[in-house]
Design a protein around this ligand. Sequence first.
Ligand SMILES: [Zn+2]
Length: 401
Amino acid sequence: MSTQYEQSDPTPPSGSGSCLYDLLCSESPRWDRPSDAESASWFIRKERRSLGPQERLERMLEESGNHVCADCGSPDPKWVSLSLGVFICIKCSGVHRSLGSHISKVLSVKLDEWTDDQVDSLANLGGNNVVNSKYEAFLPDNLNKPRPDSSIEERSDYIRRKYEMQQFLEGNEETGCGHQPHHRTSVLTLQITPSHHFSDKKNSEKHSRHRLGHKFRNSWVRKDIDQHKPSKKSSSLAGMVEFVGLVKVNVVKGTNLAVRDMVSSDPYVILSLGQQSVKTRVIKNNLNPVWNESLMLSIPENVPPLKVFVYDKDTFKADDFMGDAEIDIQPLVAAAKAYEKSEIHEPLQLGKWVSNKDNQLISDGTITLTDGKIKQEISIRLQNVERGTLEIELECVPLTQ
Ligand SMILES: [Zn+2]
C-alpha cells in the first residue's frame, strides 16, 4: 500500500527529493528563486502526507541553526515565533511576546497543538539561519548579540532592535525575500478604541478599561515614533520584566452574552496580563459563542491579575464593550511552583477559589494537578455589563518547560 502511494507522487519540478532536503537544510537563503520555492512547496506537500505536524516540527528542530535560540544562542530552544520563523528559548520568547502578536506570534513546540498549515508557513520561512541572515544582515561591529546568560535588558533591547525596529535588516527594497516588515501591515489591527457607553461602574473598573484602551493606543503610537526614528535606540523600558512562567488560557465559551447589535453580537475576548494582550477570534452573530481557543501569556515576576474583556466587533464604528472580569492567578502560580517537580500521578486537588455571593464566580475555581499539569477551571460572571458569563481554563507552565 505505502509503496504504491509513494509511486504515485508527482515528479518534482526540478531536482530530486534528497537534493531538495539538502537545500532545505542548507545555510544559505535561496528562497528567492522561483524554481526553489516550487520545489520546496513540493517537498512540504510530500512531507505533510507522511508525518504529523508535531513530528515535522521535531525534524525542523534538528536542522542546522535550529539547535540554538536565534536571538541568544541558548541550546535546545522550545519556542517558536511563527510569524518571524525562528526557534527561540523561553527567556527570549517572553520578550517576543511582549512585542505583541502583531510582530511576533509565539507558540510552544510542545505545549501548543500545531496544524499542518502552521508548520508549512514556518517551514516556508526557512529556519533560524535563513531568518537571521535577513534580520541580522547588518549587525554593527560594536554590538554583541545576547548570550544565554545575558540580562533581560540586553535581551529586550536586542530583540526589539532586531525585529520591531528592524535596524539590522537587509535592504527592504530587495524583492527576492517575499516577507515584508510585519508592523507595516498589521499596525491598524491595534487601533482598538473601546467605547464605554455602559454607565454604572465603579471608577476603578472603568479606569482599568480605559488604561487598556490607552495601552493599545500608546503601543501603536510608540511604534509609529520608532518607525520614524529607526536609528535611535529605543528608550522604552516597557516589557523588560523577568518572567516566572507561562499561563495557557483556554477561552472555552460565553453564555447569554449582552446584545450589542440589533438582536445579537459578534463577540471576541481580550486577555491582558501585565504588558501583554492577546485576543480570540470573533464569532459572528452569537450570544453563546464557543471559542475553545488557547492563548499563551508570559507571567511577569510580580504576578498581576489576568484581565478579561469581552467586546462586540463592529466594522464601521468602535467595538462595543460587553463586560470584563479579573482573575487572580497567584494561587495557580504558587501551586505550579510547589508541584513543579512532583512525581504524583494521581489527580490531586491543590486548592480552590471559593465562589460566594460577593465575588464573580459561578462555581468554585478548583486548582488541580492532573497528569503533571496544574490547571484551574473558572466559570465567571462578567462585570460592568447587564448579563453574560464566561468559562475559562487556565494551565500554569513553569519556566523549566
Ligand atoms: Zn534566547
